[in-house]
Design a protein around this ligand. Sequence first.
Ligand code: ADP
Ligand code: 5GP
Length: 202
Amino acid sequence: MSDLQPDIPPKGKLFIVSAPSGAGKTTLCNALRKRFPALAYSVSHTTRAPRKNETDGQDYFFISKERFEEKIKQGKWAEWAQVHGNYYGTCAAQLRELLAAGRHILLDIDVAGATQIKALFPLSIAVFIMPPSIEDLEQRLRSRGTDSDEEIRKRIAHAHREIAGRDFYDHVVVNDRLEDAIEALSGLVRKYTAGKGDGCRH
Ligand code: ADP
Ligand code: 5GP
């Protein structure tokens, strides 16, 4: 972690996006990636199984629990957390490379990971995506059709804890109408990446 040189502010902006599972974060991040091709997406590593529509190296790097734990011991993660019984982490080397290239970076990570990245990079911009309600969240998880009832139950229980931590974030965006949420997020990216003279203090 120390070789990430957190004392040197990165040239690009670091955007952290967190949300309870099912709130629409992947949908929103994909829309942002399309709108802002210059925004580098940090592909996380995880020990969970790939979903039907997921591609290794694109959505996640899917690795074994043993390999993940080995990398914890070696200090290879910029941040990592256990979410819903699986490990998730941001590779320090990958993040270092993007930072060195002066890229604006999008990190889709959970609340525990966001806390770790904010501690390393206090000027990162943390955005929390809220579902309109817990009922909507459950409905979205069901309609996505990728998780078992037991998995959905775990995700809803965890959602209450994540939502309770939203005050930590610099911005909260409610993903009610998808287009409005994409617009709100795009507005934040434009605001913080507009360069000098736009009143942006980050
Ligand atoms: P997350 O990455 O936060 O777990 P997803 O992006 O996979 O969530 O979205 C969960 C489900 O909700 C998907 O089926 C997605 O198409 C749907 N969804 C996302 N945003 C909205 C929205 N604003 N209104 C209705 N459904 C949505
Ligand atoms: P999912 O399994 O639904 O893709 O993601 C579950 C949760 O893990 C989400 O809250 C997502 O933001 C989080 N997550 C994904 N990648 C990372 C990561 O690299 N680090 C951390 N801390 N959380 C992650």
